[in-house]
Design a binder for this molecule. Structure first.
Ligand SMILES: [Zn+2]
Length: 370
């Protein structure tokens, strides 16, 4: 109740502020200096719809103040401010869109058909944005390499003893710990792992596994691949998290598919999803880096987050990251990576990053979908 009231007051204040230039009371902001002709009131124009009926058609919540002749329409998190004889509407208190002015007709405040059409499109876009906003329904943990593919190998002699650390084994150990912790934390979600033993799913199979998970309209899957690093420089050490290079362009929304979006809004949806996956992948990468920093940051060190067009990440249609948990080629780090308690802490760090990410995005979803 209080939010409706306060947003209405805010709208009224905003509308008035924007309307002031028409009365010559203050300098006109550039965007608001659109010429406002007073529409004649009188008989219904063709296609004109009373505001109440228009709100009904738009499935939007209408607030209207007869005193100021201004109000708002709300749906799917989109707030549209409008006023009588104002040849624009104000979206989310910030964007002006030119329209044919609402006017006072025989049946009260009314919207011209052209304005109604514009609002229909804007609300459809807002719906699409809400749908694109996800809850995390599934998490796929992908321990890198396996079977015939050992990944990087570190061989060291420490204190007279030989130490051999193999990437596929360490990745599997961390992956399994992570998988079990996530399953315990989220019994209602689908927690998956690409391999539970020393097998070798191909890269295509790993991505296909993730893409094949059935998801509801507002659901998404996140993809976390676990690897170890290697370098010719034995001093190189630390952990890093990769996400998809934002320069890389994908076609996520296919308007040619039956049931796909109309061809005119597909590019918009595509841009939104692309932007969203990149933003979310960066956020996930940051959260995991912070998680690792708090658990193994004193023994190891953060090398930051990085953008790359990894195959695994590139073909995954979801927020996805690749974690390099440490260098098997660094003698000190190899020793750490051979200790179960250290792998447990590394796993906990990644786990904390993932759960922080899930909590953050689901709170965002709650806020935007009302
Ligand atoms: Zn690897």
């Amino acid at each position: 109740m209080s939010t409706i009231l306060s947003s209405r007051l805010l709208l009224t204040a905003t509308i008035l502020a924007l309307a002031l230039p028409r009365a010559g009371l203050s300098a006109a902001p550039a965007a608001a200096s659109v010429q406002a002709e007073t529409a004649p009131s009188g008989p219904v124009q063709p296609g004109e719809l009373p505001l109440v009926a228009a709100a009904d058609r738009l499935k939007a919540r209408l607030s209207w103040d007869p005193l100021t002749g201004s109000g708002s329409l709300d749906r799917a998190g989109l707030h549209v401010g409008l006023g009588l004889d104002l040849p624009w509407v104000l979206l989310d208190y910030s964007r002006l869109v030119a329209v044919d002015a609402p006017r006072l007709g025989d049946r009260g405040p009314s919207l011209p058909a052209s304005t109604l059409a514009i609002l229909e499109r804007r609300f459809a876009e807002a719906d699409a944005a809400v749908k694109a906003h996800f809850s995390v329904a599934a998490i796929l943990i992908d321990p890198g390499h396996g079977g015939k593919d050992p990944g990087a190998i570190g061989e060291h002699t420490l204190d007279g003893k030989k130490l051999r650390v193999v990437e596929k084994d360490v990745a599997l150990e961390i992956g399994l710990m992570l998988y079990k912790s996530l399953k315990a934390r989220y019994p209602e979600r689908r927690i998956l792992i690409s391999r539970e033993g020393d097998s070798y799913p191909s890269l295509e199979e790993r991505v296909a596994m993730a893409n094949a998970v059935p998801l509801g309209e507002n659901e998404a899957i996140i993809y976390v691949s676990v690897h170890m690093n290697a370098s010719f420089n034995k001093n190189a050490k630390g952990f890093e998290v990769w996400y998809l290079n934002p320069e890389y362009r994908r076609t996520l929304v296919d308007s040619t598919k039956p049931g796909g979006p109309r061809s005119d809004i597909a590019p918009i949806l595509n841009a939104m999803l692309e932007e969203e996956f990149t933003t979310e992948s960066i956020m996930l990468a940051k959260n995991i880096t912070e998680g690792l920093q708090s658990r193994i940051g004193t023994e190891s060190q953060s090398r930051g987050i990085r953008a790359e067009e990894w195959f695994v990440v590139r073909n995954a249609r979801m927020p996805s990251v690749l974690v390099e948990a440490g260098f098997v080629t660094n003698p000190e780090e190899a020793r750490l990576l051979s200790r179960e308690d250290y792998l447990r802490r590394a796993s906990d760090g990644i786990y904390n990053g993932i759960t922080d990410f899930v909590a953050y995005f689901e709170s965002m979803k709650g806020a935007s979908s009302q």
